[in-house]
Design a protein around this ligand. Sequence first.
Ligand code: HEM
Length: 555
Amino acid sequence: MTNSSIPTLSHIHAKSPSLPMHNPTLQQWLLTSMVPAPIIVSFFIVVIFYIFKKRSRNTIKTKKAPEVVGAWPFIGHLNLISGPKPCHRVLGELADRYGPAFTIHVGTHPILVVSSWELVKVCFTTHDKSFSSRPVHKAIKFMFYNEDSVSFSRYGPYWRELRKMITLNLLTHHRLEMLKLQRVSEVEACFKKLYELWTKRKYDNALVLVDMSKWLLEIPFNVITRIVSGKYNFASKVERYKNVMEKTRSLMDTLALSDAIPYLGWLDRLRGLDNAMKRAAKELDSVLQSWVLEHRQKRVAVSAGTGGLVNVNEEDLEEDFIDIMLSIMEKNQLQSDDPDTLIKAVVQEMILAACDITTVTLTWVLCLLLNNKHVLKRAQTELDTQVGKDRQVDDSDIKNLPYIQAIIKETMRLYPPGPVFERECSEDCEVGGFRVPAGTRLWINLWKLQRDPNVWPKDPQEFQPERFFNDQTDVDLKGQNFELIPFGSGRRMCPGVSFSLQVMHLVLARIIHGFELKTPTGANIDMSTTLGMISWKATPLEVLMAPRFEPVFYM
Ligand code: HEM
């Protein structure tokens, strides 16, 4: 088409017979028109009203949460959050400047960072469905069976089925009661080891220096692997699994460039990250596959009469999570094209979810108690009064130990093990008057939220378990009190809350009931944290310990 043939605005005017060419005023036109004036006026009022309404709606919709200045081309604010300071602290300082909701960019991904309970409530109630997916990072894709696990599957029918299976079959109150023996026996075995450590090294009842970081890694690991995969795996494979987990941890804390800037995936390959992850995944998979296989063989042998099993003891016949999942699948209550992978994905995520986070929480509890000796003293007095001095604490005592429970809550308030957790928005929505487009990631900064002076008026930065008996009596950890959500909230909240609280209460109560604790130098414990997703204590926790009671107490 030549330029002259393109219809211009004047062409259209010239061709249009209905438009008056002599430009009459609106008043003249209304007078000469055949349509009654009141109808025309009403029509204009409706049109103007409609335009005005649409405009005002658009101004709200286009208002995004304030964007932090200083984004770099390509990497966005990556430089800000990957410096020497932990990410949650940097985000906390930004919240002081930009308010409780602001936007940053990590590479190509826009992220809404939220740190007020009011906005968190909107996210996990009004828009819970929109925020019910999580971004899947490279480490998850490679080392955790992609999106086959509950934690990382997209929100939808697959996730719903899997989550139902976990909450109705594995982590129910009833199941946890049935598994009590296994759980308590693993805790007891670890305490026996701790006591023996002391008897071997003691000198005239002196305090003995113990590396609690190592010991605290063992307890949750032993408990969860026993419950998930059964005792009989221990001798041969668990050590191997532990070693690979160690590698996996450090790979998870390594930033994959393609997670921030997808087209830089080749750089991850070049620096060997992809291969390292694939190798770790292969090793993990081979251990997990052997567990599943052994369970299948055990089931066949058991159904044919135990004669088929060689060298079994009673513990081998306990029903663990792998058995339960196999039995659910045999009954067609959960269907999968690849049942083994599904089971391995769930086992892997349970071990990962339960171990590190529980160890980290217990580590911070001990640090805080050592730095606040009056709290430690009060907790020991509660234990001596409620439990006595001639037996160890049992699960059934925990309901009578409110101060121990408050200590755990207060630790998770100040030192949430995962100080920032992540979701992804699947459809456009509005949070606190700000437009959140689909695809935006959501980061909840628990570290900032749970120290908010507007919510925790009395010394929000201080360790004061008493606050749960004074101002915050009704606050619990079940995800409905949005000012304290270390286990998350909404439909994707942690399903392991009761299980982990059972373990943490029992372990904490037994340590401080059974042992005298002191810092090695008398100085306060260093509270600095590592930089990864999980907030580990940056330096080992060494504690001077001695039994509080006679040897018979520990037998
Ligand atoms: C101190 C202990 C623990 C803490 C602080 C913790 C914290 C969390 C958090 C913050 C989330 C994300 C929640 C959200 O997005 O709203 C989560 C998810 C999850 N946790 Fe835990 N967790 C702990 C222990 C456990 C244990 C013991 C298990 C299982 C045995 C477990 C299994 C899971 C699973 C499967 C998910 C994913 C749920 C889903 O996406 O539907 N966690 N946890």
